[in-house]
Design a protein around this ligand. Structure first.
Ligand code: CA
Length: 418
């Protein structure tokens, strides 16, 4: 059944029909405000609170942390209430209409204060691809199928879609016989990932069990984990990624709830014959994946100058991940580590088995050996200054209304500002 909204642009909108209603933080002059995307508009929830349309006081805060801390039920109740306000024929239409802000008139901000950021490595295809480039004889390390591999990233350099960033400078070693040099990265890459923002979290010393894990997720977004492969190759052993990753991470602004994603849930990834079963603490009979299409496109500055459409680099699906979000959350807290409202957990690069579904340039151009041809005659093995990477994600299936995540965009600026 198609549900209509009195916000006309929502009906048939590829990302934000009334079935989605993702949370975000925006500014139109003045202070940051919490809102929900509906069609081409934003419903200002702080305004709705002032007009007694919604009861949730956390809507008046300048970030989502307070609402996140109330747990998934509070956000679910609020989202249901807003659906009632926005549905065609609602008695609240007149009072709510004045709280609509056109998305083109608003700046999107980070949705919350992000205390901690963890990045996983949950795609076995990505892990195998990258592993086979660096360790042809031993692509997948023996722990991979038992333990969701991750590292602690840096929250301070997470930026919102539309931000540009400077190409990082760092230590790299081109010649294994020579000492390293300090120079702008020559192997700058993107990684297409999905992020999960933590809702209520857990106390230090406690754990989140698998059956409860999704209750602690507030919403999902798209993540571009920009990566300097040359810096990474020189620094990553023995303690993992550091300056190769923490110069910038871009996220999409709208947090899509698991409630909105419910029609698109699918069985988790089927482990191939012979793979070990997850250890008992990572096992849950009702664990599920998400059928979420993820697309990456590139536009060089030359392409933008010539008004050439961005070129699609890959199309993958989040259902192909070896580890589910619930497993990532449970594993993260299994030692008593506390997750806090507003923490960000990223999935790791989403790559599938097919070549077209590889979610990084490293894999797409196979470590520089299969350059990507752009419509301008340019080619890419890694990213050049001025390149824009555009990520999109959406869910669709017969019998359900398509919903989307909007865009996650970022432009690479030169190491020295022009
Ligand atoms: Ca990553």
């Amino acid at each position: 059944m198609v549900v209509k909204s009195w916000v006309e642009s929502a009906n048939g909108h590829p990302d934000f029909p009334i079935e989605n209603l993702p949370f975000g933080v925006f500014r139109r002059g003045g202070e940051p405000r919490i809102g929900m995307a509906i069609g081409d508009e934003i419903l200002d929830l702080a305004g709705c609170y002032a007009s007694d349309l919604v009861e949730e006081w956390a809507c008046t805060r300048p970030s989502l942390n307070e609402l996140m801390s109330r747990g998934r039920d509070a956000a679910s109740r609020l989202r249901k209430r807003v659906a009632g306000i926005l549905i065609d024929g609602s008695a609240d239409r007149e009072r709510a209409a004045k709280h609509l802000v056109a998305q083109r008139d608003a700046d999107m901000l980070l949705p919350c204060t992000i205390g901690d950021y963890t990045d996983f490595y949950a795609s076995v295809h990505h892990a195998t691809n990258v592993g086979s480039m660096f360790r042809p004889d031993n692509p997948l390390l023996p722990n991979y199928k038992y333990v969701p591999i991750g590292y602690h990233g840096r929250a301070s350099s997470i930026v919102i879609s539309g931000s540009s960033f400077r190409r990082p400078t760092g230590q790299t070693r081109d010649d294994a016989e020579q000492p390293p040099t300090f120079q702008p990265s020559k192997r700058l890459d993107y990684e297409m990932e999905v992020g999960a923002f933590v809702g209520h979290g857990n106390e230090l010393g406690s754990t989140i069990e698998m059956h409860d894990a999704e209750e602690s997720i507030f919403g999902l977004c798209l993540v571009n984990d920009w990566s300097a492969r040359d810096i990474q190759a020189w620094e990553y052993q023995p303690l993992g990624p550091f300056l190769a990753k923490n110069f910038a991470t871009t996220i999409s602004p709208w947090l899509v709830t698991l409630d909105a994603l419910e029609p698109f849930r699918v069985p988790p990834f089927t482990r191939p014959e012979g793979d070990p079963a997850p250890l008992p603490y990572l096992k849950f009979d009702d664990d599920r994946g998400i059928d979420l299409v993820l697309e990456v496109a590139i536009a060089s500055s030359k392409m933008r100058e010539q008004n050439i459409e961005p070129l699609r680099l890959s199309r993958g699906n989040f259902r192909d991940m070896y580890w589910t979000l619930a497993q990532l959350v449970t594993h993260h807290t299994s030692n008593g580590c506390n997750l806090r409202p507003g923490d960000l957990i990223a999935s790791g690069t989403v790559s599938g088995a097919a070549k077209e579904s590889r979610g990084s340039m490293l894999e797409r151009a196979w470590r520089g050996t299969e350059p990507v041809q752009l419509p301008t005659g340019e080619s890419r093995t890694f990213l050049e200054d001025g390149d824009e990477i555009i990520m999109r994600g959406w869910c669709e299936r017969e019998g359900a209304t398509r919903i989307g995540f909007g865009e996650c965009r970022g432009i690479v600026r030169p190491a020295q500002w022009e």
